[in-house]
Design a protein around this ligand. Sequence first.
Ligand SMILES: [Zn+2]
Ligand SMILES: [Zn+2]
Length: 496
Amino acid sequence: MYFKDKKQVDYAVRSWNIAQNREIFMADTRPKVYTAKCKSIKDPNTSQISSPCNWAVTTRKLKNSNCLKVIQWTPAHSCFTTVSRNNNRSLRSNVVASNIQEQVLKDASFPVKQIQSLIKEKLNVDITYDKGWAARKKAIENIYGTWESNFHELPSYVLALKRSNPGTVVQWSHHPNSSSNCSVFRYVFWAFRPSIEAFSFCIPVISIDVTHLKGPYKGKILMAVSKNANNMILPVAYAIVDEETNESWKWFLQQFEEHVEDPKRRKLCVISERHAGIKHAMDNLPSWKEPHAYHCFCVRHVRNNFMQKFKSVSLKRMCWEIGSTSHERKYECLMNELETTNKEAWRYLQGIDKSKWTLLYDRGNRRWGNLTTNISESMNNVLRGARLLPIRALREYTFKRDVEQYAKHYQMGIDCMTAFPGRMWGLFHGREIRARQHRVYTYSARDQRYMVETIQTSDESGGSPYTVEYDKQTCTCCKWQIYRFPCSHARAQYNN
Ligand SMILES: [Zn+2]
Ligand SMILES: [Zn+2]
């Protein structure tokens, strides 16, 4: 019998012995020979081998070839068994890797727990968590190449990508101590051309966030995400950095400004958590400072930080409502309630600039109603599997995934037969129907000011009057100003 190389012999010998519930050891490590023998168990009391076994296999390399020929083979073990528990130590992670290849190809983050149960089912061996983790890493490397080779291939991959997708931006930042023949990169930024183009049609709001990579190089992915009119997520730009610092966030925003969109052109609103690095970058880059761009905090992150200090369900609810209400009276009521319930919690929230975290004081409605970094979070979920991939494969993953999305959005555009995209058309229609139930009174025809009264329904909602100023495109329900799309009250006036 012949084998292609030592790896193949080793895989076959190990798999056969694992199925026999036996452990083996390498008895000869000379380059041209592969010899494995049975590892019979020693009796723990006497330290004697309880059931000596002569099982062995020997293979030798053929002359002028890598092939190995089996020159000695014992067909069966004479020992009873060499594995006392189900933890066959001859099962190396590369054998596990070969057994999970198919699953890892579908999902690079195939959970280690599932690897453990799959191996138990297939080979009847219990493997440790560490071995499962190592096997998944090996399987990823078998599919996508090693982490080292991925780093080396990255520049040529990027060149090919830029050549086949003109307009795609890739920027590098190298370590200051890099030399001309060996440059060590610190940060890399990329944005695909269709994303750059599509972003100019999106709302001027980006949500920025970070995802932690899980491979041997513990990098971070910084991401800027936006939404289109149909409320679909558009990943605009990515970067891989070593750490989330003042400098890396600053570099990311500078690249964004230079290659994707200058915030001076369209005043961008950046929604993020209150990370010191993001804050520092926004405060120190002239074009990202107010009035060119605006920094707003994610209400959920504010609430999470608040909750770490004040652990109470009712305070949690109050914090969210304060951040998300667009009604002044409700805001005042909630703040008064908070002040009387917990003075310290009230002081804590007073300490955060309300224009940065509450919807009511979001001057100019720059958030477009976006309270949180949820769109980033959805992208984080998408990237969850990719976090384990080596760097070139990760870039490829974001590219393929984004291309799929562009194709989907394009098809939706082609199929759209309505005046607005599907979601907005549904909203428009729903408001039209509701508007038929409203009653409109004219305050001032000259100023285009109207009072719109909603009909009181059985569940006690409605019945309240709203003021619509048609010329100014405002309504006291605030929806028109926040979402830049007429509310049912404005629709009622229009129908009137
Ligand atoms: Zn044996
Ligand atoms: Zn309204």
